[in-house]
Design a protein around this ligand. Structure first.
Ligand SMILES: O=C(O)C(=O)C[C@]1(C(=O)O)C=C[C@@H](O)C=C1
Length: 239
Protein backbone atom coordinates (compact mmCIF):
# COMPACT_ATOMS: atom_id res chain seq x y z
CA UNK A 1 0.00 0.00 0.00
CA UNK A 2 1.94 3.02 -1.22
CA UNK A 3 0.75 6.27 0.29
CA UNK A 4 0.74 9.17 -2.14
CA UNK A 5 1.24 12.70 -0.88
CA UNK A 6 1.87 14.71 -4.02
CA UNK A 7 4.27 17.57 -3.32
CA UNK A 8 3.52 17.60 0.40
CA UNK A 9 6.38 16.69 2.71
CA UNK A 10 6.04 13.65 4.89
CA UNK A 11 6.73 16.02 7.78
CA UNK A 12 3.33 17.64 7.14
CA UNK A 13 1.64 14.27 6.62
CA UNK A 14 2.94 13.00 9.96
CA UNK A 15 1.80 16.13 11.78
CA UNK A 16 -1.65 16.04 10.17
CA UNK A 17 -1.96 12.37 11.08
CA UNK A 18 -0.86 13.09 14.66
CA UNK A 19 1.22 9.93 14.59
CA UNK A 20 4.68 8.93 13.40
CA UNK A 21 5.10 5.36 12.18
CA UNK A 22 8.53 3.89 12.82
CA UNK A 23 9.63 0.60 11.26
CA UNK A 24 11.90 -1.57 13.40
CA UNK A 25 12.88 -5.24 13.25
CA UNK A 26 12.63 -5.87 17.00
CA UNK A 27 15.36 -8.53 16.82
CA UNK A 28 18.54 -6.60 17.37
CA UNK A 29 19.51 -5.77 20.92
CA UNK A 30 20.54 -3.33 22.26
CA UNK A 31 19.07 -1.26 19.41
CA UNK A 32 15.59 -2.73 19.03
CA UNK A 33 13.77 -5.57 20.69
CA UNK A 34 10.17 -6.77 20.69
CA UNK A 35 9.46 -9.41 23.33
CA UNK A 36 6.98 -12.29 23.12
CA UNK A 37 4.28 -10.13 24.73
CA UNK A 38 4.82 -7.46 22.05
CA UNK A 39 6.62 -4.93 24.26
CA UNK A 40 9.34 -2.89 22.55
CA UNK A 41 12.67 -1.81 24.05
CA UNK A 42 16.12 -0.61 23.00
CA UNK A 43 18.19 2.52 22.38
CA UNK A 44 16.42 3.32 19.14
CA UNK A 45 12.98 2.60 20.60
CA UNK A 46 13.69 5.15 23.34
CA UNK A 47 15.01 7.60 20.75
CA UNK A 48 11.91 7.07 18.62
CA UNK A 49 9.92 8.07 21.70
CA UNK A 50 11.96 11.27 22.01
CA UNK A 51 11.51 12.04 18.32
CA UNK A 52 7.71 11.61 18.55
CA UNK A 53 7.53 13.68 21.73
CA UNK A 54 9.51 16.56 20.25
CA UNK A 55 7.46 16.47 17.07
CA UNK A 56 4.29 16.45 19.18
CA UNK A 57 2.79 13.27 17.73
CA UNK A 58 2.04 9.72 18.89
CA UNK A 59 4.52 6.95 18.20
CA UNK A 60 3.41 3.85 16.33
CA UNK A 61 6.03 1.10 16.00
CA UNK A 62 5.70 -1.16 12.97
CA UNK A 63 7.57 -4.45 12.89
CA UNK A 64 9.58 -5.16 9.76
CA UNK A 65 12.39 -7.51 8.68
CA UNK A 66 15.94 -6.83 7.50
CA UNK A 67 14.97 -7.98 4.02
CA UNK A 68 11.98 -5.65 3.76
CA UNK A 69 13.17 -2.64 5.75
CA UNK A 70 14.35 -0.42 2.87
CA UNK A 71 11.16 -1.02 0.88
CA UNK A 72 8.87 -0.52 3.89
CA UNK A 73 10.18 3.01 4.51
CA UNK A 74 7.77 5.44 2.87
CA UNK A 75 5.12 2.73 2.52
CA UNK A 76 4.39 1.01 5.81
CA UNK A 77 6.16 3.62 7.90
CA UNK A 78 7.67 7.11 7.87
CA UNK A 79 11.20 6.04 8.79
CA UNK A 80 13.17 3.06 10.06
CA UNK A 81 15.06 3.02 13.38
CA UNK A 82 16.87 0.18 15.11
CA UNK A 83 20.57 -0.35 14.42
CA UNK A 84 20.26 0.22 10.70
CA UNK A 85 23.69 0.34 9.03
CA UNK A 86 24.35 2.89 6.34
CA UNK A 87 24.79 1.04 3.05
CA UNK A 88 25.19 2.59 -0.37
CA UNK A 89 22.53 0.22 -1.72
CA UNK A 90 19.92 1.38 0.77
CA UNK A 91 21.00 4.97 0.07
CA UNK A 92 19.82 4.47 -3.51
CA UNK A 93 16.29 3.79 -2.27
CA UNK A 94 16.03 6.32 0.54
CA UNK A 95 17.81 9.01 2.53
CA UNK A 96 19.68 8.58 5.77
CA UNK A 97 19.93 10.96 8.70
CA UNK A 98 23.41 11.88 9.86
CA UNK A 99 25.03 8.86 11.54
CA UNK A 100 24.74 8.59 15.34
CA UNK A 101 26.94 5.59 16.13
CA UNK A 102 30.09 3.99 14.78
CA UNK A 103 30.20 0.20 14.54
CA UNK A 104 31.84 -2.65 12.62
CA UNK A 105 31.83 -6.41 12.17
CA UNK A 106 33.57 -8.55 14.76
CA UNK A 107 33.18 -12.15 15.98
CA UNK A 108 31.27 -13.41 19.00
CA UNK A 109 31.95 -16.94 20.16
CA UNK A 110 32.21 -19.15 23.24
CA UNK A 111 34.90 -17.66 25.49
CA UNK A 112 36.79 -20.95 25.37
CA UNK A 113 37.16 -20.43 21.57
CA UNK A 114 38.05 -16.75 21.65
CA UNK A 115 41.75 -17.30 20.83
CA UNK A 116 40.88 -19.50 17.82
CA UNK A 117 38.79 -16.87 16.03
CA UNK A 118 40.82 -13.67 16.07
CA UNK A 119 41.36 -13.17 12.35
CA UNK A 120 39.32 -13.81 9.21
CA UNK A 121 42.01 -16.22 8.14
CA UNK A 122 41.48 -18.26 11.31
CA UNK A 123 37.71 -18.19 10.80
CA UNK A 124 37.56 -18.96 7.09
CA UNK A 125 38.62 -22.58 7.36
CA UNK A 126 36.85 -25.83 6.50
CA UNK A 127 34.87 -27.13 9.45
CA UNK A 128 34.26 -23.71 11.05
CA UNK A 129 30.53 -22.95 11.22
CA UNK A 130 29.67 -19.25 11.06
CA UNK A 131 26.03 -18.50 11.81
CA UNK A 132 24.30 -15.56 10.16
CA UNK A 133 20.87 -13.93 10.06
CA UNK A 134 19.64 -13.35 6.51
CA UNK A 135 18.83 -10.04 4.83
CA UNK A 136 21.22 -7.55 6.35
CA UNK A 137 24.85 -6.52 6.27
CA UNK A 138 25.96 -9.55 8.31
CA UNK A 139 24.93 -11.90 5.53
CA UNK A 140 26.62 -9.68 2.94
CA UNK A 141 29.82 -9.72 4.97
CA UNK A 142 29.74 -13.51 5.43
CA UNK A 143 29.04 -14.15 1.74
CA UNK A 144 31.87 -11.83 0.68
CA UNK A 145 34.47 -13.04 3.17
CA UNK A 146 33.82 -16.68 4.05
CA UNK A 147 34.68 -19.04 1.21
CA UNK A 148 35.86 -22.15 3.06
CA UNK A 149 33.98 -21.96 6.36
CA UNK A 150 30.37 -23.17 6.46
CA UNK A 151 27.78 -20.39 6.58
CA UNK A 152 24.79 -21.44 8.70
CA UNK A 153 21.80 -19.24 7.81
CA UNK A 154 19.48 -18.86 10.79
CA UNK A 155 16.29 -16.87 10.19
CA UNK A 156 15.73 -15.66 13.77
CA UNK A 157 18.27 -13.22 15.18
CA UNK A 158 16.70 -13.54 18.65
CA UNK A 159 17.73 -17.20 18.99
CA UNK A 160 21.02 -17.03 17.10
CA UNK A 161 23.17 -16.72 20.23
CA UNK A 162 21.45 -19.74 21.80
CA UNK A 163 22.58 -21.70 18.73
CA UNK A 164 26.21 -20.82 19.51
CA UNK A 165 25.71 -21.75 23.16
CA UNK A 166 24.17 -25.08 22.11
CA UNK A 167 27.20 -25.83 19.92
CA UNK A 168 25.26 -25.76 16.64
CA UNK A 169 27.50 -22.98 15.35
CA UNK A 170 30.99 -21.82 16.28
CA UNK A 171 30.65 -18.08 15.96
CA UNK A 172 28.78 -15.16 14.51
CA UNK A 173 30.32 -12.10 12.87
CA UNK A 174 28.12 -9.12 13.64
CA UNK A 175 28.23 -5.52 14.76
CA UNK A 176 30.49 -4.87 17.76
CA UNK A 177 27.67 -3.16 19.68
CA UNK A 178 25.63 -6.36 19.49
CA UNK A 179 28.58 -8.57 20.48
CA UNK A 180 29.25 -6.42 23.56
CA UNK A 181 25.60 -6.57 24.62
CA UNK A 182 25.22 -10.32 24.11
CA UNK A 183 28.54 -11.07 25.84
CA UNK A 184 27.40 -9.00 28.81
CA UNK A 185 24.14 -10.97 28.96
CA UNK A 186 25.83 -14.36 28.95
CA UNK A 187 29.30 -14.82 30.47
CA UNK A 188 29.90 -17.92 28.33
CA UNK A 189 29.96 -15.70 25.22
CA UNK A 190 32.91 -13.44 24.39
CA UNK A 191 33.05 -10.52 21.98
CA UNK A 192 36.30 -10.83 20.01
CA UNK A 193 38.20 -7.51 19.81
CA UNK A 194 35.00 -5.38 19.60
CA UNK A 195 37.09 -2.19 19.75
CA UNK A 196 39.01 -3.22 16.61
CA UNK A 197 36.34 -4.64 14.32
CA UNK A 198 37.08 -5.97 10.80
CA UNK A 199 34.99 -3.25 9.13
CA UNK A 200 33.89 0.35 9.54
CA UNK A 201 30.18 1.08 9.52
CA UNK A 202 27.78 3.65 10.86
CA UNK A 203 24.23 3.54 12.18
CA UNK A 204 21.68 6.07 11.02
CA UNK A 205 17.93 6.32 10.51
CA UNK A 206 16.50 5.47 7.11
CA UNK A 207 14.07 7.95 5.57
CA UNK A 208 12.03 8.32 2.41
CA UNK A 209 13.45 10.60 -0.31
CA UNK A 210 12.03 13.75 1.22
CA UNK A 211 14.42 16.64 1.92
CA UNK A 212 12.05 18.54 4.23
CA UNK A 213 11.49 15.48 6.40
CA UNK A 214 15.22 14.70 6.40
CA UNK A 215 16.06 18.25 7.44
CA UNK A 216 13.73 18.10 10.45
CA UNK A 217 14.90 14.64 11.48
CA UNK A 218 18.56 15.65 11.21
CA UNK A 219 17.90 18.75 13.36
CA UNK A 220 16.13 16.62 15.96
CA UNK A 221 19.00 14.10 16.07
CA UNK A 222 21.63 16.85 16.22
CA UNK A 223 19.80 18.42 19.16
CA UNK A 224 19.34 15.08 20.94
CA UNK A 225 23.06 14.33 20.59
CA UNK A 226 24.15 17.78 21.73
CA UNK A 227 21.70 18.45 24.57
CA UNK A 228 22.61 15.20 26.34
CA UNK A 229 19.42 13.29 25.50
CA UNK A 230 21.24 10.76 23.37
CA UNK A 231 23.87 10.05 26.05
CA UNK A 232 21.19 9.66 28.73
CA UNK A 233 19.15 7.27 26.59
CA UNK A 234 22.13 5.27 25.31
CA UNK A 235 23.89 4.84 28.66
CA UNK A 236 21.89 1.90 30.07
CA UNK A 237 22.14 0.11 26.71
CA UNK A 238 25.74 0.80 25.74
CA UNK A 239 27.21 0.92 29.24
O1 LIG B 1 21.36 -4.71 8.04
C1 LIG B 1 21.71 -3.88 8.89
O2 LIG B 1 21.79 -2.70 8.67
C2 LIG B 1 22.03 -4.28 10.23
O3 LIG B 1 22.76 -3.63 10.91
C3 LIG B 1 21.34 -5.44 10.73
C4 LIG B 1 22.05 -6.68 11.06
C5 LIG B 1 22.74 -7.25 9.84
O4 LIG B 1 23.66 -6.60 9.38
O5 LIG B 1 22.41 -8.33 9.40
C6 LIG B 1 23.09 -6.47 12.08
C7 LIG B 1 23.23 -7.25 13.14
C8 LIG B 1 22.17 -8.11 13.63
O6 LIG B 1 22.69 -9.31 14.04
C9 LIG B 1 21.11 -8.30 12.66
C10 LIG B 1 21.02 -7.54 11.57
Amino acid sequence: ATESHGAQSRLDVVQARGEIRVCSTGDYRPFTYRDAAGAWSGIDIDLAGDLARRLGVRLQLVQTTWKAIADDVGRKCDLAMGGVSVTLDRAKKGFYTAPYLRDGKTPITLCENEKRFQTLEQIDRPGVRAIVNPGGTNEQFADANLKRATIVRHPDNNTIFAEILAGRADLMITDATETRWQAKRDPRLCAVHPDEPFTFSEKAYLLPRDVVFKEWTDQWLHLAVNDGTYARIAKPWLG
